[in-house]
Design a protein around this ligand. Structure first.
Ligand SMILES: Nc1nc2c(ncn2[C@@H]2O[C@H](COP(=O)(O)OP(=O)(O)OP(=O)(O)O)[C@@H](O)[C@H]2O)c(=O)[nH]1
Ligand SMILES: [Zn+2]
Length: 352
């Protein structure tokens, strides 16, 4: 995609899901745009007429990169369209409020390397995040060139979910990257997730047609190895796809991910329905169908341990947030105000 030319809404990812949310009046009155950058006092919008700065006021509802919005002739936000998917995260440091990270991502590349860093538990954690965000996960196992037995880890990942798509690649090899072309087509929005050093930048640069070897050398020579790619949150791929790489994407944690965790471990949830006690902890209770499945080799103990760990983790993070919220009265007031104003705005738009 040549960023010099103005993209069509379809190239930006517009589709019937968003179109059907618009009333005829809205369609006539307002313009449509997609948020590509977020700054403290303004947001950059990509529109059919080019790029513009969306005027933001403190009373605006929260938005994030990837959001589809309606805006008026004064470049002011009218409303945010319902999201098809949404990544959120617990803020770093002492702030524990959930923050919007990226919206309307179609596919998430979950990146994990095939060297000693390979971890099924970590992949499960990322799968739960993808499920919770309602984004399709694609597992990319990098550093295949540094692994003598690729089949075993690929089979292990495939066993987590037979429907999941897994690719084992050398992210430095353009032939291997060709396998990923189907996900990078025009109108598709991608994001990636994976721990440090697994090859996320290498992969992204490779897909963007940037010389990855040069990137690696720069990283090694500056010794810091931090993002040598541009800091833009939304990147165009040569094949027309869109990569969303907001800073927060890389530090996503499990917060309020009960649904995501349960979906990732659906076989345990199904077994648990057959436990004698409805509140079975699958530890040592009599009549536990989960323990029975472990005993007869149907379920790996590792799966149950990973499930328990992720459940606890998301519960803990969510509880911390709930506690913070109940204490933070001013935040509650702010939410009320924002909601009231948003309602007012909506009513206003219907008056036209
Ligand atoms: N041999 C080989 N090296 C790779 C592969 N993928 C990445 N690397 C190398 O691994 C190192 C780390 O890769 P990065 O792309 O910087 O990893 P990252 O996930 O972006 O790391 P952070 O920026 O810390 O999050 C670099 O030296 C890459 O050249 C691969 O498939 N094979
Ligand atoms: Zn049980």
């Amino acid at each position: 995609m040549n960023t010099e030319t103005t993209p069509s809404l379809n190239q930006l990812g517009w589709r019937p899901y968003f179109q059907q949310q618009l009333s005829l009046e809205e369609f006539e009155q307002y313009q449509i745009g997609r948020i590509s950058e977020q700054h403290r006092n303004s947001n950059v919008l990509l529109t059919e007429k080019g790029q513009l700065s969306l005027v933001s006021t403190p009373n605006d509802v929260p938005v994030c990169v990837g959001d589809w919005v309606l805006y008026d002739t004064n470049n002011r936000l009218v409303r945010v369209l319902e999201r098809q998917s949404l990544f959120q995260r617990k803020a770093a440091g002492t702030k524990v409020n959930s923050q919007l990270i990226a919206a309307n991502v179609d596919q998430l590349f979950i990146v994990s390397s095939l060297n000693s860093d390979f971890s099924l538990n970590r992949i499960e954690r990322y799968l739960a995040i993808a499920k919770e965000a309602e984004v399709e996960p694609i597992i990319i196992l990098t550093k295949a060139d540094q692994c003598t037995d690729i089949d075993t880890p690929v089979e292990q990942v495939q066993k987590l979910n037979p429907l999941i798509i897994v690719h084992a690649i050398n992210a430095l090899d353009s032939n291997d990257l060709n396998q990923l072309e189907p996900y990078c087509k025009a109108g598709k929005t991608l994001a990636l997730l994976g721990s440090s050093g697994v090859g996320k930048s290498t992969l992204m640069n490779g897909l963007m047609g940037i010389n990855t070897q040069a990137t690696a050398e720069i990283r090694e020579s500056d010794g810091r190895g931090r993002h040598t790619t541009t800091a833009r949150s939304l990147k165009w791929l040569p094949s027309g796809g869109i990569f969303i790489d907001t800073p927060g994407m890389r530090e996503l944690q499990l917060v309020d991910c009960e649904t995501g965790v349960n979906e990732t471990f659906s076989e345990i949830i199904n077994l648990a329905k057959k436990c004698r006690f409805s509140d079975c902890s699958h530890n040592s209770e009599p009549g536990c169908a989960v323990q029975k499945a472990i005993e007869n080799g149907q379920l790996e103990l590792r799966r149950l341990q990973s499930f328990n760990k992720l459940h606890r983790e998301q519960e803990l993070n969510s509880a911390t947030i709930a506690e913070k919220r109940s204490k933070d009265k001013s935040l509650g007031k702010m939410i009320h105000r924002v909601q009231a104003e948003s309602r007012q705005m909506k009513n206003k738009s219907y008056e036209f």
